[in-house]
Ligand binder design. Structure first.
Ligand code: FE2
Ligand code: FE2
Length: 374
């Protein structure tokens, strides 16, 4: 683990470890040779062992199934009529119980009907007795290649599943952190949740794709994550901040960005965390970007954040009433806020966003009763 400058930990990817493990497991695997003739089965097993492929022999179908159940085989080489079971019956049991084990049939003469059925049911290859040992080696190479491919797919699937879970865990953890930061001060309680709702509604009203709306919602939820580095005495101060305290407070977008930079899956949210205090006229921070130099998603969160700030109680002022807040929004078009986005936000009616949000959280029976239902 490496520790980033912002105090956030960076995980190393584990893909190579996953594949390494799969291939180490493959290297341990063996071939099982089933033939009624002891001379044939032992000579094949001897040849394979000599060529570096571990192999053991079995004299009957029953013995073969018992050995396969012990594991670590990738291939069964069997005659089409082994003692104990028909070749097709043995094939079907092996496919059902050990799908990772390939089957190669050996036969003095091969019936076409048998071969077709065996292929349909998953046999890998057929060798006509007496066969050249090089021919056998070639068949085994094919089985190994197929096995290698299968292992890669399984490893990739496992990795994808683990990555998905990790992503969810990271997102859950960072949302929990954002809620904790909001809760630290009685003046910002649920601020990020409301900013997320306003931002998503504005993005949706712009006709942006659903995945962008979701991204903006999550960005709104974590936009103030950098306040983790702001001293509690400043966040909870029951009065206006001094100029020095404002300098400290204004570091939070840069601190948030520093934390997110160490986490690959959170990169899409970086602009909303780092740039939600940029102003349309270039007077904002941390970069002093102007107009559309600030990415759209950050400008959306900015409008939502500004509206929530002026309609929330602060230690040194009361929250603005709706009409007054709309006047403030209008006055800041083209100064602090993107003029078009602000106009659209006013059209949506931010009070409706909160009302809808509150309705979604109420129990179903209350909503039904209000509608005249049960
Ligand atoms: Fe902020
Ligand atoms: Fe904020």
């Amino acid at each position: 683990m490496e520790r980033g400058r912002g105090g956030c930990e960076v995980a190393e990817p584990a893909e190579s470890e996953e594949l390494e493990h799969a291939f180490r497991a493959e290297a341990r695997e063996r071939v099982l040779v089933l033939d009624a003739d002891p001379a044939i089965r032992s000579s094949i097993a001897y040849f394979l062992n000599h060529r570096g492929t571990p192999a053991v022999a079995a004299a009957s179908a029953e013995a073969a199934l018992e050995q396969l159940a012990e594991g670590s085989f990738f291939l069964l080489i069997t005659e089409t009529l082994p003692p104990g079971l028909s070749g097709l019956e043995l094939l079907s049991r092996v496919r059902a119980r050990h799908p990772e084990v390939d089957v190669i049939f050996t036969a003095g003469s091969l019936e076409i009907a048998f071969a077709l059925r065996a292929v349909r049911e998953g046999a890998l290859d057929f060798l006509r007795k007496p066969f050249e040992l090089d021919e056998l080696a070639h068949s085994i190479r094919r089985a190994r290649e197929r096995r290698g491919l299968l292992l890669r797919v399984v490893a990739a699937e496992k990795l994808a599943e683990r990555t998905r879970l990790t992503e969810e865990h990271v997102r859950d953890a960072i949302v929990a952190l954002a809620a904790m930061i909001d809760a630290k001060s009685r003046f910002t309680r649920s601020h990020s949740e409301r900013v997320a709702s306003y931002s998503a509604r504005l993005a949706s009203a712009m006709g942006l794709a659903p995945e962008v709306v979701q991204r903006v919602r999550f960005g709104g939820r974590i936009h103030d994550i950098g306040k983790i580095g702001t001293p509690d005495a400043i966040l909870e101060k029951p009065g206006p901040l001094t100029p020095e305290e404002w300098v400290e407070m204004r570091r939070h977008p840069a601190i948030g960005a520093e934390c997110l930079r160490g986490m690959g899956i959170l990169q899409p949210y970086l602009p909303m965390v780092e740039l939600h205090h940029e102003n349309w006229d270039g007077s904002g921070y941390p970069l002093g970007l102007r107009g559309e130099e600030t990415p759209l998603e950050a400008r959306i969160v900015k409008v939502a954040d500004y509206y929530d700030a002026i309609t929330s109680r602060r230690p040194y002022r009361e929250p603005l009433a709706l009409g007054k807040a709309i006047d403030y929004l209008r006055a800041e078009r083209g100064r602090l806020l993107d003029p078009d986005l602000t106009e659209l936000f006013i059209e949506i009616g931010p009070e409706r966003v909160l009302r809808d949000r509150a309705r979604r959280r109420r129990p179903e029976f209350e909503i039904a009763r209000e509608r005249g239902g049960a």
